[in-house]
Design a protein around this ligand. Structure first.
Ligand SMILES: C[S@@+](CC[C@H](N)C(=O)[O-])C[C@H]1O[C@@H](n2cnc3c(N)ncnc32)[C@H](O)[C@@H]1O
Length: 401
């Protein structure tokens, strides 16, 4: 059965004309009723379409808790310490972090106030229920369904974004005849006619791609500002939504840490000619499909993501007073934060073979550079000492600065 979203997208195109791919992606993922993240079952779990690190095993959150503890100490142990989590889902990572802090005997366990930011109403409700069931409703901001009053903004604390920025809508641009064009999404009017001359064919659910003048000068300005040049025929993603996100981080965080964990690359790599088709990827039922037409199939039932431009994230945060502290791989961040110590502790206390094996498998996946270990971790901050390097950066070999 086709999702009602297909009719919603078609109706918008009928009213406004072809829409940008960014608008299409926004509707497909975040439409409040029928979007991929709003509707349907949990997407990021074993039974969903892909498994994120927090859903793999709580050891991920226990390990990040150690980085947060160190940041809290560096900031002079502020109370409250607000942990804003963007794209928090149903709070799996937040719960694991709080559990990790408690298991470590960290004073931050009592000072932390969790502020989930989540577009899905259902996941927000799940999060409130799970915190209440764990007896932790007092840690959850009132606006998120918890008992703690909403934090006074700006606050001291941290902003955490795990696999969030790659879900923000991206514009698609291409270079043809030396000029910069944007991909728009239209409804196919003639059955059987898919695609556009000289371009990548698009099909599925009756949508077709058309090229047009860029919808905003900010697109060319972003690419130009990065000092990169697209090759003839090259397609690339541009995430303009990173700017309002950086605005909101800068507005909220008076003092503290920003921790971004995601599929990410530097701009020179992202826009390199080796990536003629860009990095857009779709997922359904644990199967990845990078073909451009897949984005228009199973609209509202398929995840769409694009690699995060870390060069831009860093520059946008720096321009708002949030200094870059370092960029590394997720594996190195986790090892720096003490993942192996945690593994040893759990082993020593293990009473259950199945749980011990699950933990071991999870650690392998988290450290494997071809899997979750190859994600990037970008740390930035305001009012937090950068020296000595935070523990998550003690294995730093990547990134700039
Ligand atoms: C890939 S999932 C990651 C969830 C969680 N951070 C994890 O690692 O398991 C992306 C999350 O971001 C949320 N999301 C997407 N767009 C959003 C937006 N504009 N505002 C807030 N949340 C959003 C989705 O609902 C989803 O929970």
């Amino acid at each position: 059965m086709t999702s009602p979203l297909v009719d919603i997208v078609r109706a918008e195109i009928a009213t406004t004309g072809p829409i940008t791919f960014a608008r299409f992606m926004e509707l497909a993922l975040a439409h409040p009723e029928h979007g991929y993240y709003a509707a349907g079952p949990a997407r990021t779990t074993r039974t969903g379409d892909f498994l994120t690190a927090p859903e793999l095993h709580p050891v991920f959150g226990w390990t990040l808790a150690r980085q947060l503890h160190e940041a809290w100490e560096r900031l002079g142990r502020p109370e409250p310490f607000v942990l804003r989590e963007d794209g928090a889902g149903s709070g799996t990572l937040g719960l694991a972090i709080v559990a990790g802090l408690a298991a470590d005997g960290s004073g931050l366990a009592a000072a932390v106030r969790y502020l989930p930011v989540e577009v899905s109403r259902r996941r927000r409700a799940d999060c409130a229920e799970r915190f209440a069931a764990a007896g932790l409703a007092g840690l959850l901001a009132a606006s998120a369904g918890g008992e703690a009053p909403d934090p006074v903004r700006p606050f001291a604390g941290a902003v955490l974004a795990n696999e969030y920025l790659d879900a923000l809508p991206v514009h698609l641009v291409e270079r043809h005849g030396g000029s910069f064009r944007e991909v728009f999404v239209d409804v196919r009017s003639v059955p059987g006619v898919a695609g556009r001359p000289g371009g990548v064919p698009a099909a599925g659910d009756g949508f077709v791609e058309v090229l047009g003048e860029p919808s905003s000068p900010a697109l060319a300005a972003r690419i130009g500002g990065l000092g990169v040049e697209l090759a003839e025929g090259q397609r690339a993603e541009v995430c303009l939504a990173l700017s309002p996100w950086a605005d909101s981080v800068a507005a909220d965080l008076a003092r503290g840490l920003v921790l971004v964990l995601d599929y990410g690359r530097e701009a020179t790599d992202l826009y390199d000619r080796r990536r003629m088709a860009g990095t857009l990827m779709t997922y359904r039922g644990h199967a990845a499909d990078p073909s451009p037409e897949a984005a228009y199939r199973d609209v509202g039932e398929r995840d769409i993501t694009a690699h995060v431009d870390l060069t831009t994230v860093r520059a946008l945060l720096a321009a708002r007073g949030l200094a870059h502290l370092g960029t590394t791989s997720q594996a190195e961040l986790l090892v720096g934060c003490g993942l192996e110590e945690l593994l040893a502790r759990e082993r020593a206390e293990a009473r259950d073979l199945r749980a011990a094996l699950e933990l071991r498998r999870a650690v392998h996946r988290l450290l494997d550079p071809r899997r979750l270990g190859g994600f990037r971790a970008l740390l930035a901050g305001r009012g937090i000492a950068s020296e000595p390097p935070l523990r998550g950066l003690s294995f730093r070999i990547l990134g700039s600065g």
